[in-house]
Design a protein around this ligand. Structure first.
Ligand code: GUN
Length: 295
């Protein structure tokens, strides 16, 4: 049996078309263009690529965007000033600081400086705190885990009582994904580099979220028959047969996993396009909240 392939690109295209339509209607109602401000410090090539993709996606759906690129030795105060200027800019409704930041910059200080009402990445400590606590709702949920939840919903996956295993405990994906799955009443196990008997833990998953950054680490024989597999990994591996000399693969070995899973995402074309879509959605939400609309 071969799994149903969950096409993140198709779902993202559909949702982005809907966002473009809603942005247009919002402009018509208020004469205001939703705006996103991005700050990136340093020259990490993957980050630069993500920031370019975010800018292009904003253009596509009619969201105004401003990107501040500063070099890797920029003092923390300057980065904080850029964030505060975006907080104060009436044309900007969402503010995002691309991570990782250079080592000399205190990430907590910078993320804490983002205005709560503009925190479209959901990384402000108060938003992460609200996500972690029962009975509280953050103003925004981080884009990648939020995109994974939409994919799971689209596939009709029952999370209530399911055994969910998350590979990776990063602040950007693993941790907020854990919190979202807990809120959805899954029984959540978080695995990381110190986990003992990793393959056996993964084999218990009804729902597996792989976000560990290790090319094709999860093999088909690690996956329970009929499990749902969401692959967040984006790993560059050598590929002499391609023009670029490399290809992008996930954390899951797709050819063996597709034979065992019931539903699986591909890399590329799975979670990646959903991340950007959720950022666009959060930016529109921020603009709506700004004018006092109920969202
Ligand atoms: N770096 C990798 N993913 C992300 C993300 O979703 N948001 C930010 N700000 N930085 C990232």
């Amino acid at each position: 049996m071969s799994a149903q392939i969950l096409n993140g690109q198709d779902i993202a295209d559909r949702l982005q078309a809907q966002i473009a339509h809603e942005v247009e209607a919002f402009k018509g109602r208020y004469g205001i263009v939703p705006g996103l401000g991005v700050v990136m410090a340093g020259d990490n090539p993957a980050s630069a690529q993500y920031v370019r993709m975010k800018r292009k996606a904003c253009e596509k759906v009619g969201i105004h965007s401003v990107t501040h690129l500063v070099n890797s030795s920029t003092p923390q105060d300057e980065v904080l000033s850029l964030v505060r200027a975006l907080n104060d800019d009436p044309l900007i409704h969402g503010v995002l600081v691309q991570l990782p930041l250079p080592a000399h910059i205190d990430e907590v200080a910078v993320l804490s400086a983002v205005g709560l009402e503009k925190d479209v990445d959901g990384f402000h400590p108060l938003n992460i705190g609200a996500l972690a606590m029962k009975g509280r709702e953050p103003s925004f949920v981080p884009a990648t885990p939020s995109g994974c939840m939409v994919l799971l919903r689209e596939a009709g996956v029952e999370l209530d009582g399911a055994n969910a295993v998350i590979l990776g405990r990063s602040n950007i994906v693993g941790l907020p994904m854990t919190l979202l799955l807990m809120k959805a009443n899954a029984t959540v196990t978080v695995c990381h580099s110190r986990t003992r008997g990793l393959a056996d833990v993964v084999r218990r998953a009804d729902v597996l979220i792989a976000a560990v950054g290790r090319a094709e680490m999860v093999r088909g024989d690690w996956i329970k028959h009929g499990a749902v597999v969401i692959d967040v990994g984006t790993n560059k591996v050598d590929d002499p047969s391609s023009d670029k000399g490399y290809k992008i693969v996930g954390d899951v070995h797709f050819p063996s996993a597709v034979e065992v899973a019931s539903v699986i995402t591909k890399v590329p074309g799975g979670v990646g396009p959903m991340t950007i879509t959720m950022l666009l959605s959060n930016t529109l939400k921020a603009a709506r909240q700004h004018v006092g609309e109920k969202v």
